[in-house]
Every structure is written in structure tokens, then in C-alpha cells.
Design a protein around this ligand. Structure first.
Ligand code: CA
Length: 228
């Protein structure tokens, strides 16, 4: 379950937030001042930080600055929980790199909903960044521009790679030749359909062991796996 670091010096609010977040299944760690907040952020690597702005020792703005400047804490989402509804506070906080802002008094349910929204966003980002595309023994890493087929590396040119990614992310979709050329080569290159057909034929060859996955659709273009 997600671990939330709560940096808040008012004990009443700290308790209120903690009780409500724990009810929602979060693990909460507490810091009562900015210095402790920074220390726990580094040590415990929380999934998200809830930060009060008026704090003893190091104030919330400086906490944000420091968190964003350090490699191991710079990506942790921060939600500011501020005593005032001051617009400048909000602007400065967000510009320093906080992700969201709530003013006191706040609804614990709203806080919880916003935390979940942030965590979902982080999850989406990690998903699209790290997880390889998979299709029937193919594994495509967009990060490293590599493809394996049945765990054997497949040597593709950049254009072949881009075509394959487009096809695998849109199976059954019929792409026109014009669309593919524009998408892969850009419309200024003057690339003709011949170049596209050659690339497709090379790609087919390299994917031979998958069976006929790259179909021609007469008069239109190509599709990755014809819908039956
Ligand atoms: Ca405070």
C-alpha cells in the first residue's frame, strides 16, 4: 500500500489526516517540522508527501525546493496543505514544483481523493515508460529501441521499429499507405509507397516465425493481424 509522508506541525491536523488516510489503507509517516520532513523523505522514500507550508526550522517552500533539487526525491508528488487560501502561496508552491494544493479547512475525503489521483498519474507514467509492449512472443522496449521475438533479439532499422510499434499498439486497425508514410517518414520527405512496401516486406521477413501477421489490405494499405 502507498506510503504517505505527512509534514505537519499542528498535532490536531496531523492526527486528523493520519486517521483518515489510514482508514483508506495508506501507511502514514509523520514529520513535525521541515527538517525532519526532508530527512524522512530521503530515508523512507514515500510515494507521496503532504506538506504544510508554515513549519518550524525549514518552511514548506524550502522543503519543496530541496526535495526537487535532490535526485532521489525529485519525483515524489507533493500536495501542499496550507492554513491560508493565499493565492501567492499557491502560485509559489506550484511553481516550486508541488503537484497540488489544498487549503485548510479541508475535507479529508477530498485529500484522500487527490492523493489517489496523484498516485494513479504516477502509475500511468511508470507503466507507459517502463513496461515493454508485448504481442505473441514479441517484446518491444520503446525505451531502449529493442525488440525480441521468442527471447531472441530482432534487428530492426529505426523505421521498421517505428512501424512495428505503431502496428502492435493498434492491432486490427487498417492503415492506409499515405497515413503510414506520413506517420513514419513525415510528409516532407517525398518518400513514395515503394519505400514503405520495401520496409513492410523486410519487417514481414523478420517476423516470419509469427505467421502472416502483416496483411496487405488491397487498395488501402496494411494491417497488423486481420480481424476475422
Ligand atoms: Ca503549520
Amino acid at each position: 500500500m502507498a506510503k504517505i509522508l505527512l509534514v505537519e506541525d499542528e498535532v490536531q491536523i496531523q492526527e486528523l489526516v493520519q486517521v483518515n488516510l489510514e482508514k483508506d489503507g495508506f501507511t502514514v509517516i509523520n514529520a513535525l517540522n521541515g527538517e525532519q520532513g526532508l530527512e524522512l523523505a530521503r530515508r523512507d522514500k514515500p510515494d507521496l508527501i503532504i506538506l504544510d507550508l508554515t513549519l518550524p526550522l525549514i518552511d514548506g517552500f524550502d522543503v519543496i525546493k530541496t526535495l526537487r533539487a535532490q535526485k532521489d526525491t525529485q519525483a515524489i508528488p507533493i500536495i501542499i496543505l496550507n492554513a491560508s487560501d493565499d493565492v501567492m502561496d499557491k502560485i509559489i508552491g506550484l511553481e516550486l514544483g508541488a503537484d497540488d494544493y489544498l487549503s485548510k479547512p479541508f475535507s479529508p475525503r477530498e485529500l484522500s481523493a487527490r492523493i489517489k489521483a496523484r498516485l494513479r498519474e504516477v502509475q500511468r507514467k511508470t507503466d507507459t515508460k517502463d513496461s515493454p509492449l508485448r504481442w505473441g512472443g514479441l517484446e518491444i522496449s520503446k525505451e531502449s529501441y529493442t525488440v525480441t521475438l521468442a527471447e531472441e533479439p530482432l534487428n530492426l532499422t529505426v523505421k521498421e521499429f517505428e512501424l512495428l510499434v505503431l502496428f502492435v499498439t493498434n492491432p486490427y486497425q487498417v492503415f492506409s499507405r499515405e497515413y503510414l508514410i506520413q506517420k513514419i517518414w513525415g510528409n516532407l520527405s517525398g518518400t513514395g509507397t515503394r519505400a514503405l512496401d520495401v520496409h513492410i516486406s523486410h519487417l514481414r521477413n523478420k517476423l516470419k516465425s509469427l505467421g502472416p501477421v502483416l496483411d496487405s489490405v488491397r487498395g488501402v494499405g496494411y494491417t497488423f493481424v486481420r480481424r476475422v
